[in-house]
Design a protein around this ligand. Structure first.
Ligand code: G3P
Ligand code: CA
Length: 350
C-alpha cells in the first residue's frame, strides 16, 4: 500500500450497527452532505423502537466501513494504457490508485489471465496470429467469428500483442497472468479481481473461484500480514460465484456484488440487498443505478454495505459535470459511494 493511502481492511473501522448513528452524525457535521442526512434518517428509524427507546440489544453483526473513499483503477489506468496490461497496472500505482482491478479469464490449460472479454479479438492481434482458430457465434442476431480465451493455451496467448490496438507505443505488450499482476501490484496497492463468466468456465470443467482462492493463498494474500499492504476485494456479477467464494474463504476477502442494469430489479430491492449482505461486504452498481435511485444507496449503506459504483471516465462524464474530480466527489458526498472505479485514477480527488 502506498504511504498514507488507506485501503480495504487495513484502514477500515469495524463498527457495530449500534454505533453507526454516532459516526453518521459526525458525517453530517463534517460534510453536511445530503447523503449523510438521508442515512441518519434511515438509521435512526432502524435503531429505535416505536416509542423512541433503544430497540433492544445491539446486533452482534459487524461491518467494515472505509474511512476514506477508495480509488479503484478500472482495468488499470485504462484511459492512458491498454487495459489489463502490466503497463496499465504500473501506471495506476504511479497515479496513486488504492486498488488495481483485474478481470479474470481462464486459458485452455486452466491458468488465470487478466482480460475483460471472454474472447481475445478486441484487445489482441489473435485474428492475425491464429486466423483459423475462430469459432462462430451469434451476436445481436448476426453470426460472427470470435476467438475464445478458453480455446487457447497460455503459451499461445503469450505470443499475442495486447498493446498495439491501443497505441503503437505499446506494441508487443503481452496479456498478463493473474500471477504476473500479483507480482507487480503486491505490496504497492490493493487488488480487486473479478470472476468473469464463471458459469462458462464451469461448463468446461474449471471452477474459477477455486483457482482464484488457490493463487491468492499461494501468494499469502489470505494472511492479515500481506493484506495490510495488499488488501483484496473479490467482485463478480454472479451471486453464485460470490457465494462460492464466501463458502470457500469465509471472511478472508471482502466480497463485492456487482449489479448491472437488469439485475437492479432483484438485487437492489430491500430484500435483494438483505440477501447480498448475507455473503458480501459491498455492492458495485453501475453508476447510473444509484444516480437514478439514490434511495438504493441509502438502503445499502443502512445494511453496512460498501458502495463502489462503476465506471467514471473523464471522456464520458454525465451532463452537468465537466470535472472528473467533482463528479467523483458528488458520488461520494451525495450518493454515498465508499469507493469508485475509474479509468482515470490520477483524477481521483484527495
Ligand atoms: O467490475 C466493475 C466494472 O469493471 C464492471 O464492468 O464490464 O468493466 O467489468 P466491466
Ligand atoms: Ca470489471
Amino acid at each position: 500500500m502506498l504511504p498514507g493511502r488507506p485501503a480495504g481492511r487495513t484502514f477500515a473501522t469495524t463498527l457495530t450497527v449500534a454505533v453507526r448513528p454516532v459516526i453518521l452524525c459526525t458525517m453530517m457535521l463534517v460534510s453536511e452532505s445530503r447523503f449523510a442526512l438521508c442515512v441518519i434518517a434511515l438509521c435512526g428509524a432502524g435503531c429505535a423502537g416505536p416509542t423512541g427507546e433503544p430497540a433492544g440489544p445491539a446486533p452482534v453483526a459487524t461491518t467494515d466501513v472505509a474511512e476514506e473513499p477508495v480509488n479503484i483503477a478500472h482495468r488499470g489506468a485504462s484511459a492512458y494504457a491498454p487495459e489489463h496490461t502490466l503497463p496499465a497496472y504500473a501506471l495506476a500505482i504511479e497515479m496513486g490508485a488504492d486498488f488495481v482491478e483485474q478481470d479474470l479469464q481462464l486459458t485452455r490449460d486452466g491458468v488465470l489471465i487478466c482480460m475483460h472479454d471472454t474472447t481475445l479479438d478486441r484487445t489482441t492481434n489473435v485474428e492475425e496470429v491464429f486466423p483459423d482458430r475462430a469459432i462462430e457465434v451469434e451476436r445481436r442476431g448476426a453470426r460472427v467469428q470470435v476467438w475464445r480465451v478458453a480455446d487457447f493455451t497460455l503459451d499461445e496467448i503469450k505470443t499475442l500483442d495486447a498493446g498495439s490496438w491501443f497505441d503503437d507505443e505499446f506494441a508487443g505488450t503481452q496479456v498478463p497472468t493473474f500471477q504476473e499482476a500479483i507480482d507487480l501490484v503486491k505490496g504497492q496497492a490493493g487488488m480487486y479481481p473479478e470472476t468473469k463468466a464463471p458459469e462458462e468456465y464451469e461448463a468446461l470443467g474449471f471452477t474459477m473461484e477455486e483457482e482464484l482462492t488457490r493463487v491468492l493463498a499461494a501468494n499469502e494474500l489470505d494472511t492479515p500480514a500481506e493484506q495490510r499492504e495488499t488488501p483484496i476485494y473479490v467482485q463478480s456479477f454472479s451471486p453464485e460465484s460470490l457465494k462460492r467464494m464466501y463458502a470457500l474463504t469465509r471472511d478472508t476477502y471482502d466480497l463485492v456484488q456487482l449489479v448491472g442494469g437488469a439485475q437492479a430489479a432483484t438485487l437492489l430491492t430491500d430484500d435483494g440487498l438483505r440477501d447480498v449482505a448475507e455473503y458480501a461486504d459491498g455492492i458495485g452498481p453501475a453508476v447510473q443505478l444509484i444516480a437514478d435511485e439514490p434511495s438504493r444507496a441509502v438502503a445499502a449503506r443502512g445494511l453496512g454495505l460498501e458502495i463502489h459504483p462503476y465506471t467514471v471516465r473523464a471522456s464520458r462524464l454525465p451532463d452537468g459535470f465537466s470535472d472528473t474530480g467533482a463528479y467523483i466527489s458528488h458520488l461520494v458526498d451525495d450518493l454515498g459511494a465508499t469507493g469508485v472505479f475509474t479509468d482515470n485514477p490520477d483524477l481521483f480527488p484527495r
